[in-house]
Write a protein that binds this ligand. Sequence first.
Ligand SMILES: *Cc1c(COP(=O)(O)O)cnc(C)c1O
Length: 224
Amino acid sequence: MSIKENLNKIKNTFSNPQCLLVAVSKTQPISAIKEAYDLGIRDFGENKVQEMLEKQAELPDDIRWHMIGHLQSNKVKYIAPFVHLIHGVDSLKLLKEINKQAEKVNRIIPCLLQIYIAKEESKFGLDENELEEIISGNEIQELKNIKISGLMGMATYTDDTIIVRKEFRGLYQLFTTLKNRMLPQNFEMKELSMGMSGDYNIAQEEGSTMVRIGTAIFGERNYK
Ligand SMILES: *Cc1c(COP(=O)(O)O)cnc(C)c1O
C-alpha cells in the first residue's frame, strides 16, 4: 500500500479525530517525508538528533519536528533553535539543559515528561516518585524557557491488549490527577502522547491526544 492509502486508512480508524498524528519518519528517506508532507502532514517524529538535523535542513520550514527518542544532554543545543516538542524527557538534568539552550535562542521549548509504564526493563521513563521529585523540587520553578506540556509513555510490546490498555489507562489517570493539581508555573498539562502503529486505537480510547505512528504509514524501517 502507498503512503497515501496508509494515511487514509489510519485517519479513518481514529476513534478520536481530534488526536494529533505525528508521523514517525526515523530511517525513512526525504522522499517519503515529502510524500506525506504533500498529503498534508506537518508533524514528523525523529529519534536521532543528527538525522533530524539533516532532514530539517532539506525540508520545508513549516514542518513541526518532534523529538521522540531518548535525547542526550550534549545534543540539545543542535535542535533547540527549531524543535517543536521534545517527547521523551526523563530527568531534571535534561530539563535544565533544554532550558539553558532554549534561553540562548530566546525560545520556550515545550517538553513532555516520559513516564515509565511498561513491564520492560529496556524502556526509559520516570517512575511516580521521580516525577514527584521534579514537580515538588525548587529547581523546576527556575526554568523559564521550558514548558511541560504533558506526559508521554510507551506500553509494553505485547499482543495482550488487556495489558496495553491497563498501562495506557494508568498513564491517563496520572495525567488527569496532575491536571487537577497545583503545579509549577511552567506546567500546562494538555498533551498526552501515547500510541504507536500497533496500539494507537487503544491509546485513543484511553485518552491520548497525540499518537506517534511510523510503520503503519511508511512501512517497515530499514536500519542500515
Ligand atoms: C519508532 C517509535 C515510534 C513509532 O513506532 P511504530 O511502531 O513504527 O509506529 C513511536 N514512538 C517512539 C518513541 C518510537 O521510537
